[in-house]
Design a protein around this ligand. Structure first.
Ligand code: FE2
Length: 485
């Protein structure tokens, strides 16, 4: 049982009345209708703000205050810290940066919830996040509610002041803050999964989805498309193509600018590698054959004594897998998940294939868009909104145009897909000006690009040009393998 009623708190949050003096003219939200006082864009973004902030609390709802404190290793952060840090982000980059008279809510919270922004002052070391028994969770939730109210009042004040330049800047920051909240929602799930896995009792974050709900999600596509879903390689015509984000909708600085890259013709697997296929690699001695591994990868798996993907628990002829719904038998038809880049690369070499580059992945994705609209692809993907929190077997049913043999499945959602591409700046890359420029650019060293999103990614967060990035040894994200040749 959770100690706190997060949903009730979010309701209270919506009703919070904050008498803030940060801007002249700030008034109580209750006194004026949103429809009349906000312009459409602001209203839309603030609605998303309210919904997303509530969703973070929904994700935390099954957890106790003790659960919310866990930090098994430096890579994972406590849920309590994620809730506080995503709040700090709005406070720092909107209220503190854009308001002349702002007084921060609490200096100590400002310090502990700054992640790594050197331009914002001193911050807590990452590994010490698990020591934060103080402040108590209820104080962090109160901080969230307070900043939510201040943000709404701040935008109302900007409209009253008719300061369009500042409003535009604030809206841009709000949009970044929303995507940042999405990223920490994903981390709430991946981090609590890792933390619970380290507990010998293997606690469950959630109930396993019922067979009935799984069936309704699958519709009838599985049975009728077994043939279509056989592994095949789809030919993709290369050429000199444009990659990156065109700037017509939101993107991070690391996706820009649009630039040309020449790509040779190639073939891409129509689906990601399954547990069954990966098991064949293991049984063939893949983890014992140094010829398959990059040198750093070979050293890493031996130092860590790795013999299978994270969360697999083999015992004799059986293999259980740890999920957010607790332990369950390994489903061989599901995509292999929680493999690091070294494992993905070794598997590809064993299979006589390779990993695609980020540009090949993007080019193939644009071909998929010729068969199904962006909306259809999002609707049918296994994202966090499905609340399965676990990858599912490949399924057909997307797109009505083109030959079924040319279709690529589940490029969106399910598992992030490792690419061979190093995470580097695009030609002409410019960091966002100011402290927020520390968001992405300073991490362009020693990491690989992943594409497509996962079961923990929000549909509203992902896009074709999105570049996720992790070090080659990391496997606690929902990361899988799609092969190229
Ligand atoms: Fe962050």
């Amino acid at each position: 049982m959770a100690d706190f009623d997060f949903r009730k708190l979010e309701k209270d949050d919506k009703e919070v009345r904050v008498a803030t003096a940060m801007e002249p003219g700030a008034t109580n939200l209750q006194s004026e209708s949103l429809a009349t006082s906000y312009e459409r864009n602001t209203e839309k973004l603030l609605q998303r703000f309210t919904g997303l902030r509530a969703f973070s609390l929904e994700l935390a709802a099954p957890l106790s205050a003790e659960d919310c404190m866990l930090q098994a290793v430096t890579d994972v952060s406590p849920v309590k810290w994620h809730l506080g840090h995503s709040t700090w982000f709005f406070e720092k980059f909107i209220l503190d940066d854009l308001s002349q008279k702002y007084t921060c809510y609490n200096d100590k919270l400002y310090y502990i919830f700054n992640s790594y922004y050197k331009g914002a002052g001193e911050h807590l070391h990452r590994f010490h996040r698990g020591l934060l028994s103080h402040p108590p969770l209820k104080d962090v939730l109160a901080y969230r509610a307070e900043i939510n109210g201040r943000i709404k009042n701040f935008f109302l004040a900007l409209h009253k002041a008719k300061n369009d330049d500042l409003l535009n800047e604030a809206l841009a920051r709000l949009e970044i803050g929303l995507h940042h909240e999405n990223q920490h929602q994903e981390l709430i799930l991946t981090d609590i999964k890792y933390n619970f896995f380290c507990n010998p009792l293997y606690p469950s974050y959630m109930q396993q989805p019922s067979q009935e709900s799984l069936r309704s999600l699958e519709s009838n596509s599985l049975s009728k498309n077994r043939e279509e879903l056989a592994l095949r390689y789809v030919p993709i015509q290369g050429g000199l193509e444009k990659f990156g984000n065109d700037g017509k909708s939101f993107s991070y600085d690391n996706e820009r600018p649009l630039h040309k890259v020449f790509v040779e013709d190639f073939n891409l697997a129509n689906k990601t590698v399954t547990n069954y296929e990966y098991l064949q690699f293991i049984e063939a001695g893949g983890y014992q054959d140094f010829r398959l591994w990059l040198s750093d990868g070979w050293d890493f798996i031996n130092k860590q004594n790795l013999k299978h993907p994270l969360y697999w628990l083999p015992s004799g002829k059986e293999c259980m897998v740890f999920t957010l719904g607790g332990l369950k038998p390994l489903n061989l038809a599901e995509p292999v998940c929680h493999v690091n880049f070294f494992e993905a690369d070794a598997y590809a070499r064993w299979a006589g294939k390779r990993l695609p580059s980020e540009f090949e992945w993007e080019l193939a994705f644009s071909k998929q868009e010729e068969q199904a609209s962006e909306e259809e692809l999002r609707e049918q993907a296994n994202f966090v909104e499905q609340r399965l929190f676990h990858p599912r077997e490949a399924r057909a049913g997307v797109g009505s145009k083109g030959k079924s043999s040319d279709r690529l499945y589940q490029m969106y959602g399910n598992t992030w897909e490792w690419t061979v591409s190093a995470y580097l700046p695009y030609p002409g890359f410019r960091m966002e000006p100011g402290v927020i420029g520390e968001y992405n650019g300073k991490f362009m060293n020693g990491q690989r690009v992943l594409k497509g999103g996962s079961v923990a990614t929000s549909s509203s967060h992902i896009r074709r040009s999105y570049r996720n990035f992790f070090e080659a040894s990391k496997s606690w994200q929902f990361s899988g393998i799609r092969l190229a040749e």
